[in-house]
Design a protein around this ligand. Structure first.
Ligand SMILES: Nc1ncnc2c1ncn2[C@@H]1O[C@H](COP(=O)(O)OP(=O)(O)OP(=O)(O)O)[C@@H](O)[C@H]1O
Ligand SMILES: [Mg+2]
Length: 403
């Protein structure tokens, strides 16, 4: 989906229109004609792999990087060429950047002192914002006497204390260990609810993006590949890149025949909704999420309006609340399904099964960039324990029997 900017007149919130950044000496733009609107009070996340242009876009909003072309408006005001401190935006980076010789309270007071806010008001606002981030009792400590998570909460407090028009965060949880990261993620969600401020959050962590955001802009090679709510991106990825970057997918590549709404994958055919976007005759990919697959023995009748593909179970991994079933399909591709721990396992590794799903739960995307082997993290990389000794029986299957 290409975001359609409307003219920057009536706009409330942040409007980014046709923004391009070409760094000197670089062959390709770091930001390539980006347009998107951020509503007042929205939690917007820029998600994408390393080098996709997230920091470049954020720092152009903050005023730390100049635009090569395009414009940025806040509440209808063109801020594209304003100095950073005139934009009234709060910014937090991965590194906390606190003043080491100043107490927590003095660090947080700093931007208010810069703005010549009266002393008693500074005192009141610092206390309020330290309470907001649960650091009231730590006001007199020095940064080095705090944990990483606490230091980052000071940085967040300092960025919102002067009530900026928006809070911009670039991988603010990146330097923290997993437990602190999860904790601070909850704090950021709570701060957003309480402050009702526009938040722009940069991450390459899909879980952070999915759990925190009202909407996510998925960045790829300097472009916004898709803009949507977490559910839209997960359930209806517009491109193979988005399908593979967010969550795990089973992907089946074939030639789409729109006339009979069928995707011919060679070894098998799949129903494709006639409303699906790719053009007839083109190489297209059916994407279906692991939790949408039902696995059953080959002789089980399948609803005629459902898709069904033969598969071989390659491994079964215990992930605590469910099993993850690795699958190999007749076209040589691999994928996975999930099975609740309360359910009976469909088959042991090495055994054939059928995987079926309701075409309502699939998406058809153009095939360019298709890469079956890299669709989602490899099962072997998941932090899981195999149980029931199934991994010991994990025969590497042969496929002749199931085609
Ligand atoms: N100051 C700079 N000069 C030249 N090229 C730059 C500069 N800063 C970034 N780039 C290039 O622009 C592209 C986008 O970089 P950017 O830092 O915006 O990516 P990112 O999505 O934030 O990545 P990461 O997740 O690694 O932080 C990259 O190819 C990068 O090498
Ligand atoms: Mg970055």
């Amino acid at each position: 989906m290409t975001p359609q900017p409307t003219p920057p007149t009536d706009a409330h919130g942040i409007r980014i229109k046709g923004v391009t950044k070409v760094y000197p000496g670089q062959p390709s733009p770091a930001a390539d004609d980006i347009s998107l609107d951020i509503a007042p009070g929205e939690f917007m996340t820029f998600l994408g792999p390393s080098g996709s242009g997230k920091t470049t876009m954020l720092s152009m909003i903050a005023g730390l990087t100049s635009l090569s072309s395009g414009g940025i408006w806040i509440d209808g005001q063109d801020i594209s060429r304003l100095k950073p401190h005139k934009r009234n935006l709060g910014v937090v980076f991965q590194q906390y950047a606190l003043f080491p010789h100043l107490s927590v309270a003095k660090n947080v007071a700093f931007p208010l002192e810069q703005r010549r806010v009266p002393k008693d008001e500074i005192h009141r606002r610092v206390r309020e914002v330290l309470d907001l981030v649960h650091l009231g009792p730590f006001a007199e400590r020095l940064p080095r006497q705090l944990s990483g998570g606490q230091q980052q909460r000071v940085a967040l407090a300092r960025a919102v204390v002067y009530e900026p028009r928006a809070l911009l965060m670039d991988e603010p949880l990146g330097a923290l260990d997993k437990k602190l990261r999860d904790q601070l993620r909850g704090e950021i969600a709570r701060m957003h609810r309480e402050l009702k401020m526009t938040f722009i959050f940069v991450t390459h962590d899909q879980e952070e993006a999915l759990t925190l955001s009202d909407r996510i802009a998925v960045f790829n090679e300097g472009r916004v590949e898709q803009l949507g709510t977490p559910t839209e991106l997960y359930e209806h990825p517009a491109t193979l890149f988005v399908a593979q970057f967010i969550g795990e997918s089973n992907t089946f590549t074939g030639t789409l025949n729109r006339a009979d709404a069928v995707l011919d994958c060679g070894a098998f055919t799949l129903r494709a909704d006639p409303g699906d976007t790719p053009v007839s005759g083109t190489s297209s990919v059916v994407v279906v999420r692991p939790e949408r697959l039902t696995l059953h023995p080959g002789d089980t009748p399948v609803r005629p309006d459902h898709n069904v593909v033969d598969a071989v179970v390659t491994e079964i991994l215990y992930v605590g609340d469910h099993h993850r079933i690795g699958l190999r399909f007749p076209d040589g591709g691999s994928g996975s399904a999930v099975c609740s721990v309360a359910e009976q396992l469909p088959a042991l590794p090495g055994r054939p099964v059928q995987a079926s799903w309701d075409p309502e739960h699939q998406t058809v995307v153009p095939a360019h960039g298709a890469d079956r082997e890299s669709s989602g993290p490899e099962l072997a990389e998941q932090p899981v324990d195999a149980i029931h000794g199934l991994h010991d029986q994990g025969v590497r299957p042969t496929y002749g029997g199931v085609v």
